[in-house]
Write a protein that binds this ligand. Structure first.
Ligand code: ATP
Ligand code: MG
Length: 571
């Protein structure tokens, strides 16, 4: 490919709407253009990156036994009625009607379609396991499409679905996909972590998010400084913190006028936050009141709260009236004095506390010397991990300190169990001739989001720094002054040699100023730049620059190709 023929309109300025670096750089490097909110066109350079990511994914899916299929994007509502998700999916689903008034959606995911594909024809355990996948556009009418390819409304996803005869088989398929994902992100040259994830509304079994480490990430992840434990903050399980042995003193009510925050208590009573108990009252979307208690210096993890309430999907802060109805006093709350039968969640660390301070369920009053094991006697108390992880907490696997980082969820793997097969009647006959539901798993990778994540992780002031495996071109050969015929000829011959050696090469033969071309090279982020100027033409000295390190080498005509190949191996 010659740059003089390439449609890659680069910009020096950043478009106002691009908030994060990947969006800005893809725009400026002429890789994407916006069509409408959350919808983008890929220009040739951007599309080359997408194709390279897809090829790596395809290769690993095939190696793990996956088979690629091609499915329609348009999905009939009947299939979603069967699984119960036509009503449940909500506003994210893009729905349309055909001319006869029949309902369809633009596929946000394909569990129903895949289950439907296999249910009539997979009849025997001998046909299992079966792993089917596709790479295709998905549609989700996100509440806030933003950050370019990171959260768009139409986006490319690889989605694979596994079908097995039992739980063991399902777990083996899960492991195969976990390993394949690990290979994919390694091959792309990205720093990532598979983190234990909340299984969310999809239900059942385990899940990992493959998270590309980058500051702009929406996920907070906690990882161990010693072992390989990593989990999203929503999921990180935490062991109870022990408290020093203390003799339990008698409960004492004290006046604390208008002191209704932990900070206020710490100041008013001159005690550390670790000696206080924090109360948070929620109401679920199912209108259940939940009172949650953690140590004063800890925060409540709302996902852990939701998981304790059957059928609940969302939480909001409880109304004062709802709190008062069960005997609670907003701002001065503890479990003591709350009506029996109220759902009270207490973090196990709180249960270890001795002589703590907690609300007295009376305005402007707290109790001192609260000993939860002695004083929390209400019916309905559930002791369960509620705490939000923070830097320095102990790793649940090995006890070493956890550290926090931000990351971008680029892929996710799930076991689904029999949720869809039972709902949609996808059965097979086992070894004994008995009818059984298929055990399923689903495995997604956002192709565009992975591209954006790669840029978030690899960039500098000048532009993108592509890992070689997914760069739009591996090498750019720049004719410094393309108006000079000798330089252009020389660059042409270098370009041909590189291509013959199997290197994905671009020839920058544009009759632009050298400065403009070099700035474009840095912005677009080709891993290796080969410069052909007078020194090459006259002395056979070829300048090679590595984008990532900024190193500049000069190689002779006979050795440059091997050297470039060696450099590429490291990028
Ligand atoms: P999120 O929590 O970020 O909304 P999700 O968990 O709903 O994502 P999945 O259903 O697990 O997403 O989809 C698989 C992959 O598809 C994600 O890991 C992500 O890479 C990608 N993806 C999901 N939603 C979008 C989107 N709106 N834009 C771009 N990529 C997306
Ligand atoms: Mg996900």
């Amino acid at each position: 490919m010659r740059a003089s023929n390439l449609y890659a309109p680069t910009l020096r300025n950043t478009p106002a709407e691009a908030e994060i670096v990947s969006h800005q750089l893809m725009y400026r490097a002429g890789m994407i253009r916006k069509v409408a909110g959350g919808m983008y066109t890929f220009l040739p350079l951007g599309w080359r990156v997408i194709r390279k990511i897809e090829e790596i994914i395809r290769d690993e899916m095939d190696a793990a036994g996956g088979q690629e299929v091609g499915m329609p994007i348009l999905q009939p509502s009947e299939l979603w009625e069967e699984s119960g998700r036509w009503a449940a999916y909500g506003e994210e689903m893009m729905r349309i009607k055909d001319r006869h008034g029949r309902d369809f959606c633009l596929g946000p995911t394909h569990e129903e379609m895949m289950t439907d594909l296999v249910r009539d024809e997979v009849r025997s355990y001998k046909q299992l396991p079966l792993l089917l996948y596709q790479i295709q556009d998905k549609f989700r009418d996100e509440r806030r499409p933003r950050f370019g390819l990171m959260r768009s409304r139409e986006f490319i996803m690889k989605d694979l679905y596994s079908f097995d005869k039992d739980i063991e088989g399902m777990n083996e398929s899960y492991q195969k996909m976990y390993d394949a994902y690990t290979n994919i992100y390694n091959r792309m040259g990205l720093k990532f972590r598979p983190v234990e994830a909340d299984n969310g509304a999809i239900g059942g079994g385990h899940s990992h998010e493959f998270t590309v480490l980058a500051d702009a990430g929406e996920s907070n992840i906690a990882y161990c400084t010693k072992c390989d434990y990593a989990a999203s903050d929503e999921k990180a399980a935490l062991a109870p913190i022990p408290a020093a042995e203390e003799e339990a003193l008698p409960l004492e009510k004290v006046e604390t006028p208008s002191v209704n925050t932990i900070d206020g208590l710490v100041e008013f009573l001159g005690i550390p936050a670790q000696k206080t108990i924090k109360a948070v009252a929620y109401q679920t979307d199912t209108d259940q009141l939940v009172l949650a208690f953690v140590r004063g210096d800890h925060d409540v993890n709302e996902v852990k709260v939701i998981n304790q309430v059957e059928g609940a999907l969302e939480l909001r802060m409880a109304d004062d009236a709802a709190i008062e109805a069960v005997g609670g006093c907003p701002g001065f709350m503890s479990p003591i004095g709350i009506k029996d039968g109220t759902l009270i969640l207490v973090d196990p660390t709180v249960m270890n506390m001795a002589n703590a301070v907690a609300g007295a369920n009376e305005a402007d009053h707290h109790y001192k010397n609260v000993n939860p094991k002695r004083d929390f006697t209400q019916e309905g108390i559930v002791v369960t991990d509620l705490r939000m992880v923070k830097e320095g907490d102990a790793c649940p696997h090995c006890g070493a300190p956890l550290t926090m980082t931000r990351g971008i969820e680029a892929g996710q793997v799930f076991t689904l169990g029999t949720k869809y097969s039972k709902a949609m009647g996808a059965m097979f006959l086992d070894e004994k001739g008995k009818e059984q539901p298929l055990y399923m798993g689903c495995y997604g990778i956002g192709v565009g989001r992975t591209m954006a994540a790669a840029i978030e992780q690899n960039n500098d002031e000048q532009g993108i720094i592509w890992p070689r495996a997914i760069a739009p071109f591996e090498v750019v050969v720049v004719a410094v002054n393309a108006k000079k015929e000798e330089q252009l000829q020389y660059a042409e011959s270098i370009y041909k040699e590189c291509r013959q050696a199997g290197i994905d090469t671009l020839l920058d033969d544009r009759k632009e100023r050298a400065g403009v071309k070099f700035a474009d090279c840095d912005l677009i982020g080709y891993p290796v730049r080969v410069v052909i100027g007078p020194k090459a033409v006259e002395e056979g000295q070829i300048e090679v620059k590595v984008r990532k390190t900024g190193e500049v080498f000069t190689f002779g005509r006979d050795e440059y190709l091997t050297k470039v190949q060696e450099l590429l191996q490291t990028l």
